[in-house]
Design a protein around this ligand. Structure first.
Ligand code: ATP
Length: 294
């Protein structure tokens, strides 16, 4: 099967500074690829090149085997990181305005349902909440019924509930076999939505693969979390290895029973103990030696 999008040795330099340093990506039909990494990693630069908006310094981007051209522009949907909306017009009028730009726009009633806009169609765009605005921007990105959809940090600034609502919409869109490239610095978002992720840092991809598989490849343990004040850390440090994270300690364990016995033997209060799996944040820390700079 030919990939929908194929990116080879992509390079982008700004003067002497290399923002994207030779990355390769393959997007197959119907998959969601999550490009993630901290601020300044090069995600937006990469997605802008793949959207055909920015020119690379080197490397190639093919869409259905062809360089990006008119065919690509007609079938791509883009949700930019920040978009200025026309003020003093309603959500309905905004959709009608964008629909006029295309010969065969998606029916507006369908978009209203797909992006959950029903409750605020007659609202002025100046009065939208963050979540409503993002849903409208998603509808605008879908207005030409694209086969490939670019989402550049679509939930930045949203509260956790609105973010989860947005994820639900993206999942439904995914089921329509659209190819999605998502950039985010929320590891959880990438984990929830992506079939494959590529973690970027300093313009390079430092890990890639299906999120679960990637975690399984790198970790075969669980993490025990405890409030630091529930343990005598000086005594405990002689018996067990732990990391301090803010007001908590984290202990990596391959044998929970044995670890608990050590903790009990050191009179550690286990009432507030939590046990969790490794996350993509942990993977990032492992690969780079520093926490995700959100
Ligand atoms: P964020 O999460 O903050 O959006 P990002 O991963 O999308 O970050 P980019 O916006 O792609 O990162 O930026 C990558 C690097 O390139 C940054 O160091 C940025 O300062 C630099 N950069 C981006 N655009 C330009 C430009 N036009 N001129 C010079 N440097 C730039």
């Amino acid at each position: 099967m030919r990939p929908v999008m194929e990116v080879k040795t992509l390079i982008k330099r700004y003067g002497n500074f290399t923002a994207v340093n030779g990355i390769d990506l393959i997007l197959n039909a119907g998959m969601c690829m999550g490009l993630l990494g901290p601020n300044g990693a090069g995600k937006t630069t990469t997605i802008e090149i793949l959207e055909g908006i920015a020119k690379p310094t080197g490397g190639s981007v093919l869409f259905n085997g062809q360089p990006l051209g008119k065919a690509f522009k007609d079938t791509a949907g883009i949700m930019f990181q920040s978009t200025a909306l026309q003020e003093f017009i309603t959500v309905r009028e905004t959709l009608q305005l964008f629909a006029r730009l295309y010969q065969k726009p998606a029916p507006i009633p369908e978009l209203v349902v797909k992006c959950a806009l029903g409750d605020f169609m007659e609202q002025d765009t100046r009065r939208l909440s963050g979540g409503q605005r993002q849903r409208l921007l998603l509808a605008i990105a879908l207005i030409n019924d694209p086969s490939i959809l670019f989402l550049d940090e679509p939930t930045t600034g949203l509260d956790p509930q609105s973010r989860r609502n947005f994820w639900k919409l993206i999942r439904e869109i995914k089921q329509q076999n659209k190819t999605i490239l998502l950039t985010t610095h929320y590891m959880e978002e990438a984990y929830e939505l992506s079939d494959e992720i590529a973690i970027m840092d300093h313009g390079e991809i430092i890990a890639r693969g299906a999120p679960k598989r990637l975690l399984a490849q790198h970790f075969n343990s669980m993490i025990l979390q405890l409030p630091a004040m529930d343990a005598d850390l000086t005594k405990l440090s002689a018996a067990i290895k732990f990391q301090r994270r803010n007001n908590e300690i984290e202990i990596e364990s391959r044998d929970i029973n044995a670890t608990l016995q050590v903790l009990l033997a050191h009179n550690v209060n286990l009432e507030n103990l939590k046990i969790r799996n490794h996350t993509l944040d942990d993977l990032f820390l492992k690969l780079t030696g520093h926490e995700l700079r959100a």
